[in-house]
Structure formats: C-alpha cells, structure tokens
Design a protein around this ligand. Structure first.
Ligand SMILES: [Zn+2]
Ligand SMILES: [Zn+2]
Length: 297
C-alpha cells in the first residue's frame, strides 16, 4: 500500500512563501493498493494528481464530506474530461439531496463554464452509510461518523494486511455534538451535556478508535492548537493532542497530522510537530503531512 499526499491544508488553499514546505493545497490523499487506486477527498491537491495519472486508470474517490476544501479541486481534475476514464465517487448518504445533485453543483452555470452532464469520463455515485463496510476490488473500506457540522465520515482502508485510516474533519468527542445544522455561536463549554448527547459522543469516539484499530497509519484532522480550539469548538476540528490520544487508544503505529490551518506558516508547523512528539509514548511515530510525502506501508 502506498499513500501519497497531494493536499494537506484545511479550509482554503494557502499558497505563498510561508507555506511552501508543507504546501498550500487543500485535502487530497491517494492510496494505491496494487492495481486499485483510491483517492480520499478532492481538495485542490487533486489537480496535480490528475496530471500524473496514466490514461485509463479508474479512480475511486472517497469523500469525507463536501465542504469546499474537500471538493474544490474536482472541476480541475483532468481525467474527468477524457473519454475512456472512470470515476466512482463515494460519500455519505444525505436525505435532502442525492450525491449526484450535490456534486453537479460544482459545475453549476454560475460557477463554471462546463456542465457536469458534458463530462467525458464515466461517472458513478455511491452513497454509503456511517458504519458501513464495502469492497472496492480487493480493498475493504469501512466508514464511521465524525463530529463535524453537516457531518463528515472517516474511512478505514485495508488491503493485503495493511491499513490506513483517514479521520478528517472532526471535532473532539468531549464538548459538543455537531450535526447537520451548523452551530453559529460559540457554545458554552462549561455546561454539562445532556446524557443522550454524551452517549452519542462516546459511541462516536469508540467507533473512530475502532476505525483506527492497529492501523499502520492514522491520518487525523489536527487543524487547531488547543487555544484555537477553545475559541472555535463549533468549527469541527481537532488538535494534535486529540489525534494522538485516538492513535494511542487504537494502538495505531503512526499518526499523521493533517488538515493544517491555512494560515499556519511552515515554521509554526515544525513547532507543533516537535511539541506533539514530546507527548507521545508507546512508540507511536508522529509526522506532519506535507505535499509530495509518500508513505509505503
Ligand atoms: Zn476541511
Ligand atoms: Zn468540513
């Protein structure tokens, strides 16, 4: 299994001198399992991936959710405009809109000169449920619900005895439950949670730990520092310490800090990585994702 990082930022692309080492493209991770190619999320990183793909190699695109930073590269993914290409898009089933309707919005007239119906590649849309296990050729994929506004899902990908788990975007599972409705005002975190909310969060956390169980690599949303999280708990992002706690509870071998804050300069990322490594024990390896990083599992 080969994991390649094409985009590692959250929220919006952030090119420039201060982000040149970690990279400024939004979320996109390629997972190559033998002849089967999975891509997780279609942030602006997917544009460059599209230029590297050989003609005629089918792509299975797993979306965590459809916030801009996870889909905004898709209209610029070259293979989708080529005859003979195949793209299968997987995402959480929504009750108000089909996945096809949501994705076709990326090619809406007001935003883009081409319509989705005019794309040359064959397209297929697969709606999945949180907690579902499915197969893509020889690859086993499992999902779990995450704690994020509008709801995102994480993925566990297993092939030939290797496992990578992708958990982005998610808030910690301790302070508030984020659902389809967006929370606009900063919630009061000193208030005790209703028992049913607490139960749902505990269950979600257990499912995420299970998703990462014994994983060779856990890629985790660690956008916020602890101070930033305290200020914006309702935005739906975690901190490196939270990612590390999940990695250790799951006995994952390696934690990859991911979905970096767009305005986080490279030097500040270095400091976060060094500080997080100091918190680690039980031999868990910690790295911070950067564009172009390849991890062979
Ligand atoms: Zn995001
Ligand atoms: Zn999001």
């Amino acid at each position: 299994m080969l994991v390649r990082f094409w985009g590692v930022r959250g929220s919006y692309p952030s090119p420039g001198a201060a982000t040149v080492r970690y990279g400024g493209n939004t979320s996109c991770v390629e997972v190559v399992c033998g002849d089967t190619r999975l891509v997780i999320d279609a942030g602006t990183g997917i544009r460059r991936l599209g230029r590297h793909l050989e003609a005629g190699s089918p792509v299975h695109l797993l979306l965590s959710h459809t916030h801009w930073d996870h889909v905004q590269g898709l209209p610029f993914f070259k293979p989708i405009y080529r005859e003979g290409e195949r793209l299968t898009i997987y995402a959480l089933e929504r009750h108000r809109q089909s996945l096809r309707e949501i994705i076709s919005g990326l090619w809406a007239e007001a935003f883009f000169p081409v319509r989705m119906d005019e794309l040359a590649a064959q397209r297929e849309f697969v709606e999945v449920r949180a907690g579902e296990t499915f197969h893509i050729g020889p690859v086993t994929v499992r999902t779990a619900r995450l704690n994020h506004p509008y709801i995102a899902i994480g993925y566990r990908i297993e092939h030939a005895g290797r496992t990578v788990t992708y958990v982005s975007d998610t808030a910690p599972f301790r302070d508030l439950l984020l659902e389809t409705e967006v929370v606009m005002d900063r919630p009061d975190l000193t208030r005790a949670l209703p028992p049913e909310t607490r139960r749902q969060l505990d269950e979600m956390e257990a499912n995420v730990v299970s998703l990462a169980k014994d994983a060779d690599l856990l890629i985790y949303d660690t956008q916020f520092t602890e101070t930033e999280y305290a200020d914006r708990p309702h935005w739906g992002h975690s901190t490196p310490a939270v990612g590390l706690a999940v990695a250790m509870a799951a006995r994952a071998r390696r934690l990859m800090l991911f979905h970096h804050a767009p305005d986080r300069a490279d030097d500040a990322m270095d400091v976060i990585l060094t500080e997080t490594r100091k918190l680690a024990h039980d031999g868990v390896i910690i790295d911070a994702a950067y564009e172009g990083l390849e991890v062979e599992l």
